[in-house]
Design a protein around this ligand. Sequence first.
Ligand SMILES: [Zn+2]
Ligand SMILES: [Zn+2]
Length: 289
Amino acid sequence: MSAQNGSMKTPVVTLLGTGTPIPDPDRHGPSQVIELGEDTVLIDCGAGALHRFLQSGLDASQISHILLTHLHSDHVSGLNDFLWAGWVGRWWKGRPPLLCGPPGTKVFADRLFHAFEEDIRLRTDEGAVSVSDLKIPIIEVEDNWTSTRANWKLTAFRVDHLPVRHAFGFRFEYEGKSVVISGDTTRCTNLIEHARNADLLIHEVAWEKGMRMSIDQSEGADRARLERILNYHTSSLDVGGICSLANVKHLVLSHLMLAGGTPADLITDVRKSFDGKVTVGYDLAKFTP
Ligand SMILES: [Zn+2]
Ligand SMILES: [Zn+2]
């Protein structure tokens, strides 16, 4: 039984990291976890996710799934921490989590194992652990891929994070409540469809004014790079409209690209087009729909 949720009949979401690829001691890399009764599902594993997970008081032996929205490094750089700690610590005792991610996840995991070949050889030579306990099952998802467990349902849906070809959001249904994770995306019709009537939407955001100021102050390749970043993420001026169209009850902002702004600046922009509940996320914040 999980330390926090146990047999509670509502999903519990904990934000493990609300930051970006830019390191910030207060906002670790993108990651969140959702407790669904007896199952614990980790979504993305940015830098520091494992330590935030332990700080949150959750029970790692309950992790049933690890989901990856896409393979940008800020969302996966902490994955090996979970896999190796689980392996060495024997957290899963023959029932390792299922890794679900975009096309390319199997190759990514395979190369990760190659990168850690020396460590794997040393530990298996000692005879205490077997390599078969490290290699977890992997599923590569597609648009509208669903998985149904005894009392919850997961749907993967494509989002628009081009030039990343394979980027997904996830929708969870549990005991009549719905939680949606945007992943990284610009404004996207498929997300609006899949976030329809969600009780809780965890959505990424970039503060429009700060990003525009940064673009205006830069030149050449730097300017083009910042423009690309704003184009494949969601502006603070768009996220409220997305929630209104989808009829979301509670918006939680995460993956905060603040660009010199504050949480209050984000709220001001969202309020221009959304009347529902809005919270600016922070590491270790917990939410129940
Ligand atoms: Zn990304
Ligand atoms: Zn990202």
